[in-house]
Design a protein around this ligand. Structure first.
Ligand SMILES: CC(C)(COP(=O)(O)OP(=O)(O)OC[C@H]1O[C@@H](n2cnc3c(N)ncnc32)[C@H](O)[C@@H]1OP(=O)(O)O)[C@@H](O)C(=O)NCCC(=O)NCCS
Length: 377
């Protein structure tokens, strides 16, 4: 990492906000939401429970859990004009671009859009979390010329998303695996997209604007776009026998291997621990172990040669692939989960706001430079 004058590039190690949402110890490999360890949440919680935890700061009581599950289910309904917009976007935009565009447009259909009260912003958090799942599923159905499936509010968010995507109810194993993936991706402190959401919220722009910024930021391959890049790498390599040559070639060409490295973790990303186990379980239960075996081999080479660990995006790629999810939906699916964390951070920002406006170290031409009239240039 290049140290430039008084700061490190990429705001590395800069603390930019107080936050009570997510605690990470990058040296010990600890991640917690509101102090509860991610391993406990992955083993025992659900996405709905995690949403409540992130937004309210505590675990829900049984009636509160039933209520948030029901509200999320009802809010998965998408206004008819948004379905028409999705249809018009299908030939032109990728799923991630369509998601960003429709979330931006959703503002105009939201009854609370201009209400900045805490209660209205909580309603928007629930609504956007519900609607983002439906946008991703509906866009995929429309581009495949298949009918859009209406949400079923009686189902859990993970199960209903897979049903809206595929048109059939997922197996209990698939629904559970997807729910755990949503739990694992829900929040991660001041990652790039969450920081973008907070910067937008700190101008007192509305929640739809903040979430649109976050989706745009998630898209890049150094952030949420890495999971799609991982599966493209795996399918390009194609077989376990070809992994060593392919990986060594990429490393010799100084290519970055997607799904490895992390700004904060100096040990294993705790989310990768779960996703690796899920990838293995799905591989064994389906009898197709190729993607898991290849991933393990790539991980070994990266550990040995680059001393780099896998991050959340590495094994989520094979997990989603084995769940039958198309690769260009991997990053939008990240947003299906991360909206919960984004919304929690936007609520926290509004609750104790100050404009986020850093400075730049000026490295341009010396001041003052003469203004040269156009006819003399
Ligand atoms: C996550 C990431 C963006 C963090 O970036 P960062 O903190 O700015 O770290 P850098 O990109 O400066 O990397 C530091 C060194 O490790 C190397 N490195 C980091 N990640 C690497 C990777 N995935 N493959 C190969 N080398 C990698 C860099 O080349 C650099 O080496 P150098 O010092 O010899 O130039 C980076 O690790 C990366 O690009 N990973 C791949 C994309 C990815 O998986 N993103 C999802 C993150 S959850």
């Amino acid at each position: 990492m290049v140290e430039v004058k008084g700061f490190k590039e990429g705001l590395e190690d800069v603390v930019a906000a107080d936050s009570a949402i997510c605690y990470i110890d990058g040296t010990k490999g600890i991640l917690s939401y509101r102090g509860i360890d991610i391993h406990d949440l992955a083993d025992h919680s659900t996405f709905e429970e995690v949403c409540f935890l992130l937004w309210e700061g505590r675990l829900p009581k049984p009636d509160e859990l039933r209520s948030i599950r029901r509200s999320l289910g009802e809010e998965r309904n998408l206004p008819a004009e948004m379905l028409r917009l999705l249809t018009s976007l299908v030939p032109h935009l990728t799923p991630m671009d369509a998601l960003r565009t429709v979330v931006s447009a959703l503002a105009e259909t939201d009854p609370d859009v201009r209400d900045m009260s805490p209660a209205a912003n909580r309603r928007k958090a629930i609504r956007l979390t519900g609607q983002i799942a439906t946008i991703v599923a509906a866009h995929h159905r429309i581009r495949e010329s298949r009918p859009v499936i209406d949400p079923d509010p009686s189902l859990g968010h993970a199960e209903d998303f897979l049903r809206m995507l595929n048109g059939t109810k997922p197996t209990a194993e698939a629904a559970k695996a997807f729910d755990v993936a949503l739990v694992l991706h829900a929040d991660h402190e001041l990652n790039a997209s969450t920081f973008a959401a907070r910067v937008t919220a700190a101008t007192l722009a509305d929640m739809h604007s903040a979430i649109t910024s976050a989706i745009a930021t998630l898209k890049g391959p150094l952030h949420g776009g890495a999971n799609e890049a991982v599966i493209r790498m795996l399918t390009d390599i194609g077989s376990l026998e070809r992994v060593d040559d392919a990986l060594h070639g990429k490393l010799a060409r100084k290519e970055k291997i997607m799904g490895f490295g992390h700004r904060v973790y100096h040990t294993e990303d705790p989310r990768a621990t779960h996703l690796r186990a899920m990838s293995k379980a799905l591989a064994e239960s389906s009898g197709e172990t190729r993607w898991y075996d290849m991933s393990r081999r790539i991980e070994k080479i990266m550990n040995e040669e680059k001393k780099l660990n896998s991050n959340v995006d590495f094994y989520s790629a094979s997990v989603y692939y084995m769940l039958g999810i198309p690769p260009d939906l991997f990053t939008p699916i990240f947003a299906v989960s991360r909206i919960s964390g984004w919304a929690a951070h936007v609520l926290e920002q509004y609750a104790n706001n100050r404009l986020i406006r850093p400075r730049a170290e000026y490295i341009g031409p010396d001041y003052p430079q003469p203004y040269v009239p156009i006819e003399k240039r």
